[in-house]
Design a protein around this ligand. Structure first.
Ligand SMILES: [Zn+2]
Length: 344
């Protein structure tokens, strides 16, 4: 071997069978570049590695090299041999296999999380609300309104007191079938929220000043009927429980046991404004039924939606929450049965 020859050579002790008799001969196997040379007192055999069949590395099992004539060489497995053969080392294989397991575990975790989020939590939350909802509801009148007032979410209404009481009475009279408590309807200046309506715990409801300015009386009644749909189906409680379930799942996952933290608080606030598309469809359907029962054309709800959409600030986060949480106005209007035309 010349000094400039950089081909590495590995010498391994192995067992050679010639394929004709069952006797295994101890040999020295020299792996040199692309060649294999077997050396023993009575054996000298040379072959190109590319002409041999080589067994796959499998844990600590010995490697077998099979010649074209059926002769075999068996040598112990080793990292040096794998390296000589240009294979990834057993060490690397170990990590590759760990990586595959980790990837599979991650996929399983994501699928489980999606299933829990989409099915398990809503199912359990709805069952709990169906069982205990009415008892819980009775214990919370006005609590959320006071909390939102204190948090500065909005400001006191600028509407005349007489207009407020007239509107309350008008809504309660027009929706007498729903037994609306006038005192449960509150008015607030919604500031950047614009024309907006909120359903709170205990059946309380907030209408913003802008909503009263933008909509005519029947449209106001229609929007209240929609909000009553959220109350009827207990959407706040169902959504709140779903989100608490989600927070709980996160806490379990991340090992954080603190419940009175900003995440839980934020989730609770968001719980009262963000509804799913299914919840909106349920509330619309309830409103259509109630409006018909009250002698008000359901198209007032559709027309009200159009006006609220047109009045909503159009850019970024200042867009009305009512619309960011009430998507697909056209689709909803179609399901309501169309709007009342351009006469309003
Ligand atoms: Zn809604």
């Amino acid at each position: 071997m010349s000094a400039s020859d950089t081909t590495t050579t590995l010498c391994v002790a192995g067992q050679y069978c010639d394929g004709y008799n069952a006797v295994a001969h101890p040999v020295n196997a020299l792996f040199s570049g692309a060649d294999l040379v077997l050396i023993a007192p009575d054996i000298h055999r040379t072959a190109r590695l590319s002409e041999l069949q080589v067994s796959e590395p499998l844990g600590r099992l010995p490697r077998t090299f099979t010649f074209a004539d059926g002769a075999t060489l068996v040598v112990p497995v080793s990292e040096a041999l794998a390296k000589q053969l240009g294979e990834s080392t057993p060490h690397l294989q170990h990590w590759e296999s760990k990586y595959r397991y980790a990837l599979a575990a991650l996929v399983a975790l994501l699928v489980s999380a999606w299933w829990i989020y989409s099915y398990a939590i809503p199912l359990v939350a709805d069952a709990v609300v169906a069982r205990f909802g009415s008892e819980q509801e009775a214990g919370l009148p006005g609590a959320t309104l006071a909390k939102w007032d204190a948090a500065g979410v909005w400001e006191p209404s600028k509407l005349e007191a007489s207009l407020q009481s007239q509107t309350r009475a008008m809504i309660a009279t027009r929706l007498s079938a729903a037994h609306v408590e006038p005192r449960h309807i509150a008015f607030r200046d919604g500031l950047a929220m614009g024309a907006n309506a909120f359903t709170l715990d205990g059946g309380a409801m907030v209408l913003t000043d802008d909503l009263i300015h933008v909509l005519n009386t029947e449209e106001q009644v229609a929007v209240v009927a929609h909000e009553l749909g959220h109350v009827h189906h207990r959407h706040n409680q169902r959504l709140l429980l779903r989100q608490l379930g989600l927070v709980g799942a996160f806490h379990l996952l991340l090992g954080n046991s603190g419940w009175n933290d900003p995440l839980a608080e934020t989730t609770q606030l968001l719980g009262q404004t963000r509804y799913s598309r299914a919840f909106e469809a349920d509330a619309d359907a309830y409103a259509v039924g109630l409006l018909k029962e009250s002698g008000i054309p359901p198209c007032r709800l559709a027309t009200g939606l159009r006006k609220l959409e047109a009045a909503a600030p159009v850019h970024g986060k200042t867009q009305s929450e009512w619309f960011s949480s009430h998507p697909l106005t056209d689709d909803r209007i179609r399901k309501i049965g169309g709007d009342c035309g351009a006469k309003d």
